[in-house]
Design a protein. Sequence first.
Length: 217
Amino acid sequence: MKNILVIGAHPDDEIYGCGATINKLVQDGYKAHALILTEGCSSQYPNNQEIAQQKKQESIKASNIIGYQSFYNAQLPDMQLDSLKHIQINKVIEEHIQNIKPTIVFTHHSGDINLDHQLCSASTLVACRPGSGVHEIIFYETPSSTEWGSGFEPNLFYNINEDILNIKLKAIESYQTELRPAPHPRSTTKIKAWAQYRGCAANCQYAEAFYIYRKWV
């Protein structure tokens, strides 16, 4: 079975990082699942249950647009993964690996400036160690977190057409609590411009860029 697991620290990472590629792979017959570690609200919107509920609905809507088979939020504390024991984060991911049995896992680049992203990436590597059944570990880039000089040097580009890019943009627009106006890098205008920039490197109109950390064939 062609199972993919996308692991992110916060709701919307599963869209910004690889939404178009996942939609393309789903159309090609893969089953894609998303695991988000934190609730994504308690730091940005403390004690705001209305926003928390809104974000929950936004994530479901966005995942349906992309074509995720399942979406699970572990509800760990937002922007506070460093307050947890490393083994606690590992366990959440390991349980998902065991249940879904993915052969391909997408997660954050280990050099992201967001500490939650770094810890998510580190725990993913532990959970996907040899014997886990995972054949490929792929790092995605996240707008405003994967900075120049962070060490992200893509060696994999997925060619995406305009229709698929528009599906990603529609999913991003579902996250009204996270969407920002241009020229912010998480605006739809800049996401499209970045996809075009990555397309230049891949000799196509639009692309998403990744770094293959490990691949067994």
